[in-house]
Design a protein around this ligand. Structure first.
Ligand code: TRP
Length: 335
């Protein structure tokens, strides 16, 4: 049987946080043993809303790569690559854009939410509006079967599927592969402020690279049940991010269950639960932090890993582009 392929990635606009881990990083670490996995640092996509800050994007390529390596993405198993170094992706995008309507792009729910969040108004860059098509190029260039991402990325996979079907139908071929999204089974991680989503922009994130004192400060200030005023009062577990984090990170499930019971009955204070949560998070984060510091000592080596992966990935993308052009009948050759 043909080996299954994963393509996934992140925009390097900041370091990665616990929400990324729960949403898709954990899956990538696990699935790298079963799939041929490509993980893309999507710097070109990051530039679609950071055109004025290429330096920030450049800096964060290294941060994101360090996060990947520190959590256990193994460059011997996973091919890490830098998006902008594969120009074939731009070419594919150019052809795919003709298979998508402008109207379809305008109604992409993730794009609409981002336009609001970033306050673009009418001044939304054209490159930003079409990044979902460029993402379809990322996915199809590697003929990915599976795309492990957070649920906000579902509209992108849906669009990719539409492009794949339209391409194969229009050019009467089977060149492109229809991908499936892989959405994490674990519930989405809320922010430390209790908002539905942990995000760098909302400033409610715990980063994988946060030092211990920063994690302690964030956990201490975490939103809990606002109705839980006195220790003896019954507290709400549901929608209480402290317990959602325990669900996601505490390896000792019986302990979290008993804490939840005591909290709901009354008699367990927030500060005690938070103290335990900090222990749990540190149990998870401290080995990652140590590995990250070790790897960060030699940034050139990290760049080399990225360059090597990119070179390998480019061959794959280039071969898909050739097939695409052939299927379209635009593979002109001089005799
Ligand atoms: N859109 C993703 C993000 O916001 C990054 C990304 C770019 C991506 N290309 C991709 C994810 C291809 C999965 C597959 O972080």
């Amino acid at each position: 049987m043909k080996q299954k392929i994963i393509l996934t990635g992140d925009r390097p606009t900041g370091p990665l946080h616990l929400g990324h881990y729960v949403g898709s990083l954990a899956t990538r670490v696990k699935l790298q043993h079963e799939y041929k996995q490509f993980v893309m640092i999507a710097d070109a996509q990051a530039l679609t809303d950071h055109a004025e800050e290429p330096e920030k994007v450049r800096r964060n390529i290294l941060e994101v790569a360090l996060d990947y390596l520190a959590i256990g993405i193994d460059p011997k198993k996973t091919t890490l690559l830098i998006q902008s170094m594969i120009p074939e992706l731009c070419e594919l995008t150019m052809y795919y854009l003709n298979l998508v309507t402008w109207n379809r792009l305008k109604h992409n729910p993730t794009i609409k939410a981002e336009i609001m969040q970033k306050g673009f108004g009418e001044a939304v860059p054209a490159g930003f509006m079409m990044y979902p098509v460029s993402q379809a190029s990322d996915i199809t260039a590697f003929k990915a079967d599976l795309v492990p991402v957070g649920e906000d990325q579902l509209p992108m996979i849906e669009l990719t599927s539409e492009i794949v079907n339209k391409f194969n139908r229009t050019y009467n071929c089977h060149v492109l592969v229809n991908p499936k999204a892989h959405i994490s089974q674990v519930a989405r991680l809320p922010g430390i402020d209790g908002k539905a989503k942990m995000s760098k922009t909302l400033k409610n994130a715990i980063f994988l690279s946060d030092p211990e004192n920063e994690v302690a400060k964030k956990v201490k200030g975490m939103y809990t049940d606002p109705g839980h005023l006195r220790v003896e009062d019954p507290g709400k577990v549901e929608g209480n991010p402290v317990f959602t984090y325990l669900d996601a990170f505490d390896p000792d499930k019986t302990k979290s269950i008993s804490l939840k019971e005591r909290y709901s009955k009354g008699g367990l204070g927030d500060s005690n639960v938070k103290k335990y949560l900090l222990e749990v998070l540190e149990g998870f984060l401290s080995p990652i932090r140590r590995r990250r510091q070790e790897i960060a000592k030699d940034p050139q080596e990290v760049w080399n890993i990225l360059f090597q992966g990119t070179e390998e990935a480019r061959l794959v993308a280039s071969s898909t582009l050739s097939e695409v052009k052939k299927a379209m009948g635009i593979n002109y050759k001089s005799k």
